[in-house]
Design a binder for this molecule. Sequence first.
Ligand code: ADP
Length: 270
Amino acid sequence: MVELSGVSFGYQSDKNVLDNLNLRMEEGRFYGLLGMNGSGKTTLLKLIAGKLFAHGGEIYVDGRNLRERDVETLQKVFMLPADFIFPNMSLEQFLAIYSEFYPEFRKEVLNDCLVNFEIQRDIKNLNQLSLGEKHKVAFSIALSLGTKIVLLDEAANGMDIPARKMFRKLLMKHVREDQIVVLSTHIVQDIENLLTDVIVLRKDAPVYAASLEEIASRYSFGIQSNEEGVLYAEACTEGYHVITHKQENMDTEVSLELLFNALIKGGGRI
Ligand code: ADP
């Protein structure tokens, strides 16, 4: 379990990016970390990965405070940064270094990911791959390291549409029940049907965190001809896409995009 208790962080002393953040993430859950550009998604992932230190508050991984920086705890967390850079080395050399630090590394998972992405296993220089290939290989490595906590920062961004589909399939196939996955994105469609929970970072408003079950039990999503009784509405060709309080006769799927828009610009009714 990951717990953030009253976490604050700012790059400048007079301006916090994250302020008094409380969150709890549990095993077997997929968290979608959403927010506009600059809302603090990468910062939050870096804090959980132990790459940045909270200025206030504490972060616990399985009950251990990250400030202690004990190796066993750091080995449980892997963050794939959005701007990762591969060194000039072969995949084998790279794996020799990484698999040493991450004892749960599984070669079979890596091989399966690479086969599905149609990438040759024998990579002589990781740095000479195309941008799209680099993203596929980096993601494949991130999955195969087998860490309890997998933090993926905009990981599907550099991928084309078929690769994004494969990205989702491979996550569903290889993530274990005891893992926690956090995927940050500003493209909500990338992660729909994959998530169990959403975390939305908002400027000047508290973080919104809820499971999809909770959201579905509280709200209905649908189309209406008018804006009567809605919590949030967006005009569309058929009338309005709306979010309302739960209506038993309206059984619709959660629209993450609509929820996200409601949270970002919806006037605080959700
Ligand atoms: P997101 O991932 O949601 O786009 P970030 O966590 O990258 O947001 O950034 C949050 C805020 O912190 C932004 O305003 C960004 O400009 C600022 N920021 C990020 N990294 C640094 C840094 N190394 N130094 C100073 N400011 C930074």
